[in-house]
Design a protein around this ligand. Sequence first.
Ligand SMILES: Cc1cc2nc3c(=O)[nH]c(=O)nc-3n(C[C@H](O)[C@H](O)[C@H](O)COP(=O)(O)OP(=O)(O)OC[C@H]3O[C@@H](n4cnc5c(N)ncnc54)[C@H](O)[C@@H]3O)c2cc1C
Length: 271
Amino acid sequence: MMYGFSFHRPKSLAEAADVFARADDPTYVSGGHSLLPTMKSRLAAPSDLIALTHLPELQGITRDGDRVIIGAAQTHASVASAALVQDALPALAQLAGSIGDMQVRHRGTIGGSLANNDPAADYPSAVLALGATIVTSTREIHADDYFDGMFATALELGEIITAIAFPIPKSAGYAKMRNPASRYALAASFVAKTEDAVRVAITGAGSDGVFRWSAAEKALGASFDSAALAGLALSADDMLGDMHADASYRAHLAAICTQRAVDNQGRLTLL
Ligand SMILES: Cc1cc2nc3c(=O)[nH]c(=O)nc-3n(C[C@H](O)[C@H](O)[C@H](O)COP(=O)(O)OP(=O)(O)OC[C@H]3O[C@@H](n4cnc5c(N)ncnc54)[C@H](O)[C@@H]3O)c2cc1C
């Protein structure tokens, strides 16, 4: 059973930040699919829960020139089914559709996932590979400056993610080896090709959370063909190891996922 808490449903972003500033040990809640399990197991015991998903500032999926802007409160299911995302960023729509199960996809949000920054979560790889911008209640943070290790980000205390702005690439692909029970990534790779660069982001595998694989980026920048990855390997020293997959297996899987993501641009590949 979880500890008691006060529940707040603010009417605006400003009110949410104000309630946060005045409470003892508050936390925001979006879909609750990461937060509530930790509260139920008593690993978290916030004094105040401040709900965000109904706030007008966190809604919507729009196109702004060469960027797709996704409101932080959009559920994984709504991103997966948005025609705008399917057209401009099909690999991102399909990534969202691969998260967890139907219940998780209809409650969990993109903002909650990025604030949580689970090392096995899917969205961080797309955000990092696409060079997206995290828009918050106070500023804009480029993906390269946002992820700060496992479950850690550049967000400051009380800062709220309001949207994520994704530049539209020439093409992108995502390949994921799933844990068959949770569907979290054991290893996954998002490969994005823009006019002048290739970016590769690996999730699920790194002992420090999501990371860019710079050797693969360089090889693919010279020749955008999975054959260019032959001979490249990730070090097992930097990988996670657990009962589901040891570090050397994860290093191997991450490289295979990268090859598949190159071969299957424009879509999701499930291994
Ligand atoms: C069974 C199961 C399977 C899952 N499988 C996958 C999977 O395959 N892939 C995957 O990526 N994820 C998976 N998840 C996680 C899921 O995607 C969660 O929805 C997500 O991690 C958190 O989103 P949320 O909206 O539920 O956030 P919440 O649980 O509400 O919040 C998570 C954290 O983020 C903070 N927060 C929430 N919203 C904001 C915001 N807008 N600004 C600032 N801080 C905020 C909260 O304070 C909290 O600390 C799974 C979860 C479960 C329960």
